[in-house]
Design a protein around this ligand. Structure first.
Ligand SMILES: [Zn+2]
Length: 117
C-alpha cells in the first residue's frame, strides 16, 4: 500500500483552511488563507521547486501531489501581510533546502489575527 501523496500543509482555523508558509530560511511560520477566488491566487510550492538541479530541493516531487501543490489557490500575502516564499513541509517531506517542517504557525502577528476572529 502506498501512502497518500503529500498535499498542502494545511491546518483548519475556524473552519477555513490555512496554509503554513515561510518567507525564507529560518523565519517564522506564517498562516496564509485561500485566495478570494479559487484560481486567482498562487501555488503552495512554486514549480521551480520541482526541478532537479535547481537552487532548492529537487526531490520535492517524490511522494508529493504536484498538481495539488501547484494549484493557484492561495493568497499572495500571509495573514500578517507579508509576501511568502513557499509552503513549509509537514508530513512526508521538507520542501525547501532549509528542511523546515512545521505543524503550527509561530508568527505572533498571524496568531493575533486568528485570535481576533
Ligand atoms: Zn505572520
Amino acid at each position: 500500500m502506498t501512502p497518500d501523496p503529500l498535499g498542502p500543509n494545511v491546518i483548519d482555523i475556524h473552519g477555513a483552511p490555512m496554509l503554513l508558509t515561510t518567507s525564507g530560511g529560518g523565519g517564522a511560520v506564517h498562516l496564509t488563507a485561500a485566495a478570494a477566488a479559487p484560481a486567482a491566487g498562487r501555488e503552495a510550492v512554486p514549480h521551480r521547486y520541482f526541478h532537479d538541479g535547481g537552487v532548492d530541493r529537487g526531490d520535492v516531487a517524490a511522494g508529493s501531489d504536484r498538481a495539488v501543490l501547484t494549484a493557484p489557490r492561495w493568497a499572495t500575502a500571509t495573514l500578517c501581510g507579508r509576501p511568502w516564499a513557499v509552503m513549509v513541509g509537514g508530513d512526508g517531506t521538507a520542501i525547501s533546502r532549509y528542511g523546515e517542517i512545521a505543524y503550527a504557525p509561530t508568527c505572533r502577528r498571524c496568531l493575533a489575527r486568528i485570535a481576533a476572529g
